[in-house]
Each structure stands twice: as structure tokens, then as C-alpha cells.
Design a protein around this ligand. Structure first.
Ligand code: MN
Ligand code: MN
Length: 458
């Protein structure tokens, strides 16, 4: 273990690594919101023979080993089950990850005009360095839901013929005061206002530029100003993920955290031809803000859905549900901090992830004295080592960074409450939570191989 994973590949298998990354690049270029990720996951699941659990329930179908179902929670969280040969009570092998990413959300009363510029006010989502989000081409993704319940999808700024929007920063020539400020307040939350227009409607005295933007929205999307009240529009970096490095060994893209673990977990499950234990892929929303809400991991959605699946398997009881959860094993996948030679002092090299060294296992994360972390059992870690080595998966172990430098959390601790074995693992990044994050293609490939190994052998 702990070897540069590129070294083990011959030309043939190098080709596989690069081919696999093309599918991933397309996924993160197209899916920049949790809703878009769920829509795509549903498409992929259906093409692999998965059925909507709601239909299975409605038609009172009976599930058998080998059957595949998915459940979509409000379009923002999805769980897929591939029913195994063993009864569910014996436990499931669960791959979990999150599909929400840091971004700026448009406020509910966002549109205003200032000195003949039209702007949209935002509220940032997740932990960001606010100064990184100015002077970039940004896109708008999301939905307006009109009073009659109809949904208008918005995706502006991805097609090369689309306009983009953005947030201004003060010119350096006049930044004498700004440059003295702490990085946390150089750009403040209320200053993250997106410029969307500058042409006034002719013959209008007041707010003529804003009126022009509203006319455009009406014409193109059939929405009016009040429809922002029931909209969810996310401001994200515009443009596709691209190869990074002269050797094309890495990918720069928006939302690797945590779509890199979501896509690889999903691909691993879809690849399974048959399963001993029921195999599960759980892709959740709201991790970046504490896993709260109906679509976050703390919701009862997952537990309720397992109960529904057991019921359709004609093997449900409250006790059997408890046992199914308790006997399960989980890889709670999220991104890890990759060692960055520009900032060596933040890392402790012996216990840090390196880009290109394969899937990362974090026995614990947390901050300060392991605060808030899920500390996986040594017994479980030993089992996983054995599985990874059996399938020759490149893996490494790491902490998030130096003790006392900060920390982070994931969804692991929430599933651990069912008394199941859970460990944090995932893919190492540079630039975590920046508009453009970096991941290594070989780590993406090895993570997928690791997930497949887990589903087969755990
Ligand atoms: Mn994450
Ligand atoms: Mn994150």
C-alpha cells in the first residue's frame, strides 16, 4: 500500500483509467445541482434495469433476489437497491455519498437595480472562501415552481452560445482599504450579488433595467418576479470539467465534492451482476449544511425506504428492519484533502492523502480532539484492508489535515447510529470547496474498483 497508483498500470489499463474519466467529466459537467444529479442517476438506473419503488408498491409487486429498485426523494436524494441472495435482515452493503456542493443560492426576493445595473442577491450554501467566487463566469441552474405546481427548469450559462453572469470585485487600483482586510471579510456574504443586465427599457423612468430583465424572463421562461419566491436557483461556475496537467492525469471541475464519490459509487453498483448481500447506493442532499432537512441524511427517508423494500420482499417486521440496518456495512464516501506542495504546513505527511495514491480511507475525521467524527472500528478497517488487497485496489489512509488546523464532517456518524459498521473513505482533492476543484483520474478509477470490491466481498 501507499504507492503511486499510476505505476501499476500497463498501457492497456491506462487506457481504461482515461476512458472511465470521460464519463465522469460528462457527469459533473452536466450535473451541477442535486436535482440534476438525481435526474441523471434515475436515467442511468433505468437503463440498468432498475424500477421505481413507488411503482412496485403501487402495483403490489413482490421483490425477488436479483431485482433492482430505486427511490427518489423529492428529486434531491436517491437510493438504489440491488436485492441480494441473502435475506435483508442479514444486512446490506451500502455505498453512500452526497450530491450537494458548495455554491450560491438566489434569494427569494433577489432582483434589484442599482445605478442602472440589474443584480440578483444570493445567500451562499456550504463552507466557501467568498473571495474565490468573484470575477468568474457563473451559470444559473435550478427551477421555478409556479403557483399551479408546474416546474420551469433553468440552465443558463453552460452552452457556449449562452450568456454567463458573475460577481464583480473591486479594481486593485482602488483597493488600498480592501487589501488590509482579513481574508474572511475581503468579500462579505451580502456583497455576493450577481450582475444580470444593463439595458434599460425605453421610455421607462424607474428601474428600467430591472424591467427589461423581467421582460426577458417572462418571454423566455414564462415566469414573473413573484415566481422567485418559489424558486431554487443555484449560481455555479460556468463551463465544463477539463483535463488538468500537461499529462492529462487530473480533472478540474466544479463539484467534485462529492459527486466524485457519488458517480463512482453509482457506477460500482450499476456494474454488479449479482449480489450475495443486498447492495445499496445512497446519494443524499444537504451534507454541506449539516445533513438536515427531509432530503438530508438525518431524514427518515432511508430507513423508511428500507422498510418499504423489506415489505415488498415480504419479510418486514420492525425487528427485522432494525436487524437489517444493524447488520449492514457502509462506505461513507466523501472527498479528502490531498497533500498540496504549496501549503505543506497544513498537513502531516505520514497521515495525509496524496493525489494519485488511490482510494482514501479515513478511520476518523472530525476536528480538534476527533470532535464529531465517526471513528471506525479497527476490526472493520482490517476487513476492508483485506478486501482491498485481495482485489489489488490502490488505497491509502489519511486524516483531513494537521491536528488542530481545522477539520470536517460527513454523513458517516448518522448511519453509525443504527449500530452498523461505517467508515469514511473517498477521493483526495486539491482546492476543496473552491469553484474549481482538482481530482486525479487514477484515484477516481481506483475508488470505483474499491467500491466494487466492497460490494462483492464485505
Ligand atoms: Mn463532502
Ligand atoms: Mn464539502
Amino acid at each position: 500500500m501507499r504507492e503511486n497508483a499510476w505505476k501499476k498500470y500497463d498501457e492497456q489499463s491506462m487506457k481504461k483509467v482515461f476512458e472511465f474519466s470521460e464519463g465522469y467529466k460528462k457527469f459533473i459537467s452536466d450535473c451541477k445541482t442535486e436535482r440534476e444529479c438525481v435526474d441523471e442517476a434515475v436515467r442511468m438506473a433505468k437503463s440498468h434495469g432498475y424500477k421505481d419503488l413507488e411503482e412496485v408498491i403501487r402495483n403490489q409487486e413482490i421483490l425477488q433476489p436479483g431485482d433492482k429498485v430505486y427511490a427518489n426523494n423529492m428529486g434531491k436524494t436517491i437510493v438504489l437497491f440491488h436485492i441480494g441472495k441473502q435475506p435483508l435482515e442479514m444486512g446490506m452493503n451500502i455505498l453512500g455519498a452526497h450530491i450537494d456542493s458548495p455554491r450560491l443560492d438566489i434569494k427569494q426576493n433577489p432582483l434589484y437595480e442599482e445605478c442602472e445595473l440589474a443584480l440578483l442577491d444570493t445567500h451562499y450554501y456550504g463552507g466557501i472562501k467568498k473571495y474565490q467566487w468573484v470575477t468568474l463566469p457563473l451559470a444559473l441552474h435550478g427551477v421555478f415552481v409556479k403557483k399551479d405546481g408546474s416546474i420551469v427548469n433553468i440552465n443558463i450559462g453552460e452552452d457556449e452560445n449562452d450568456p454567463v453572469v458573475g460577481i464583480s470585485d473591486l479594481l486593485v487600483h482602488l483597493s488600498a482599504d480592501q487589501m488590509q482586510k482579513k481574508a474572511s471579510v475581503v468579500i462579505e456574504g451580502e456583497d455576493l450579488n450577481v450582475t444580470v443586465g444593463s439595458i434599460p427599457v425605453k421610455g421607462e423612468e424607474k428601474e428600467a433595467v430591472k424591467k427589461n430583465i423581467l421582460a426577458l424572463l417572462q418571454e423566455k421562461y414564462g415566469v414573473e418576479e413573484d415566481d422567485f419566491i418559489s424558486a431554487e436557483i443555484e449560481v455555479v461556475p460556468a463551463g465544463k470539467a477539463r483535463d488538468y496537467g500537461l499529462d492529462r492525469s487530473m480533472i478540474i471541475g466544479y463539484g467534485h465534492d462529492d459527486r466524485v464519490c457519488s458517480y463512482t459509487s453509482l457506477m460500482a453498483l450499476l456494474e454488479m451482476e449479482e449480489c450475495e448481500k443486498t447492495s445499496v447506493c445512497l446519494l443524499v442532499d444537504k451534507e454541506e449544511i449539516g445533513s438536515v432537512g427531509a432530503t438530508g441524511m438525518q431524514s427518515l427517508f432511508f430507513e423508511n425506504t428500507v422498510a418499504e423494500v423489506m415489505d415488498r420482499y415480504q419479510d418486514y417486521s420492525e425487528l427485522k428492519l432494525r436487524r437489517a440496518l444493524k447488520n449492514s456495512k457502509m462506505l461513507s464516501s466523501d472527498v479528502s484533502a490531498g497533500f498540496d506542495p504549496n501549503y505543506p504546513s497544513a498537513f502531516e505527511k505520514k497521515n495525509t492523502a496524496f493525489l494519485g495514491y488511490g482510494i482514501v480511507f479515513n478511520k476518523y475525521t472530525g476536528s480538534r480532539g476527533k470532535g464529531g467524527c465517526n471513528d471506525a472500528n479497527a476490526e472493520y478497517m482490517a476487513e476492508l484492508r483485506n478486501i482491498m488487497e485481495k482485489e489489488k485496489v490502490a488505497y491509502q489512509t489519511a486524516e483531513l489535515g494537521k491536528v488542530d488546523q481545522g477539520g470536517g464532517g460527513t454523513i458517516a456518524y448518522i448511519l453509525a447510529q443504527y449500530d452498523m459498521q461505517v467508515i469514511d473513505c473517498g477521493v483526495a482533492l486539491h482546492n476543496m470547496h473552491a469553484p474549481w476543484e482538482i481530482a486525479s483520474k487514477v484515484d477516481i478509477y481506483e475508488a470505483t474498483r474499491g467500491y466494487v470490491a466492497f460490494l462483492k466481498h464485505a
